[in-house]
Design a protein around this ligand. Structure first.
Ligand code: SAH
Length: 349
């Protein structure tokens, strides 16, 4: 087959697929067929491409057009929350490249939380992923295949996808947005744009690009500390993109796209739950059209501890009393090291 090199069918848009199929003298409609096989029917193999002649399937297999994530293991808690561990072939230095995704269940939602990078270059002091060595960005197909692989295994459908696993999505902007568009595409899973959430630690150029492109997906910003002088002590990204500027661009998002955004707030006793932080958080929440998702700390880095039920609920109630739209998201998956901030390639303890 004259392909001029490797070509991977997964993670491609229909127009990229058209260009490829026309280039190998195949009809244009093969693009839509391939796109649907991959992203709608979630085919596990080229053998499922029943409308493709066998000779074409064979040539595609020969050029490695249908790579697969390696599924290493999964852990599941009684609640139904499940964490999957995936691997890619080792890099040139022979180092393992592993990453995780989590299946979350709640009353009326089934959500998959996916990773966008192998490790993370950020070093948020409360996050376990930040302690891993960074081993690169995931390709588009490696991002969407986390969703497809979990759905194939569980044989259940999902309602939401969140880019809240390992990595900083806006440090892999292109591939993350391509993945979101594929998940949203009517010839694919057709997930509603408001059922897809991209979460950033505050990469301002990424948010600006998101606004500029008028991306239809939900945006979440990990605020985590409301004080411009102190946020940088727990999130080093604040030194590059300071809170004051972050809030300006957050307000621009709500104004220009006419939408609410989500602030995530990891509750750490002794760090960001005192009366002055509460006051500052309320002030911020009143100045940006937002909702606030509270997450109890799930790690014990730096000797920090998780808030007690009482501490979280009084912080939460104080926000509600101040008229802030707040939610306490709890920590689903904690027993399998699958809750927020725990993804660090560890088994359940
Ligand atoms: N890098 C992106 C995507 C990761 S999302 C971001 O920062 O938004 C992970 C979410 O979990 C973020 O809101 C983060 O603040 C939160 N988180 C990180 N470590 C945590 C921990 N130890 N306990 C609870 N939540 C944590």
């Amino acid at each position: 087959m004259k392909t001029g090199g490797d070509f991977i069918l997964k993670g491609k848009s229909q127009s990229e697929l058209e260009e490829f199929f026309l280039g190998i003298e195949q009809p244009r409609y093969r693009a839509r067929q391939a796109f649907q096989r991959i992203n709608k029917h979630l085919s596990a193999s080229l053998d499922d491409f029943s409308e493709f002649p066998i000779s074409l399937r064979q040539s595609l297999a020969e050029i490695g057009a249908f790579p697969e994530l390696q599924w290493l293991q999964s852990q599941r808690e009684a609640s139904g929350v499940e964490k999957a561990l995936f691997a890619l072939p080792d890099d040139r230095a022979g180092r393992a490249r592993r990453f995780e995704a989590v299946w979350l269940v709640s009353e009326n939602r089934r959500t998959i939380c996916i990773s966008s990078q192998l490790g993370c270059t950020l070093n948020c002091s409360f996050c376990a992923t930040g302690t891993l060595e960074f081993r690169g960005n995931l390709e588009t197909w490696q991002i969407v295949d986390q969703v497809y692989e979990l759905i194939r295994r569980r044989k259940e459908t999902i309602s939401n996808v969140v880019f809240m696993g390992m990595g900083e999505p806006f440090h892999n902007y292109e591939n993350v947005l391509r993945a979101a568009r594929i998940l949203h595409h009517p010839d694919g899973m057709n997930l509603g744009a408001r059922h897809i959430t991209i979460s950033t630690a505050g990469v301002i150029p990424g948010i600006e690009r998101f606004i500029q492109n008028r991306e239809p997906f939900n945006l979440a910003i990990s605020l985590n500390h409301p004080d411009p002088e102190q946020r940088g002590e727990i999130m080093d990204i604040d030194r590059k993109y300071p809170l004051r500027e972050l809030l300006i661009v957050a307000r621009r998002f709500t104004r220009e796209l006419d939408r609410r955004l989500t602030f995530e707030y990891v509750m750490i006793p002794g760090v960001n739950m005192g009366p002055s932080e509460l006051r500052q958080l309320i002030k911020i929440a009143r100045s940006v059209r937002c909702k606030v998702n509270l997450i109890p700390l799930n790690t014990d880095l730096h000797g920090w501890r998780r808030p007690t039920e009482e501490e979280s609920s009084s912080f939460y109630s104080a926000l509600l009393d101040a008229g802030v739209m707040a939610f306490n998201r709890g920590s689903p998956g904690r027993s399998i090291n699958g809750a927020c901030g725990m993804l660090a390639l560890k088994s359940a303890s």
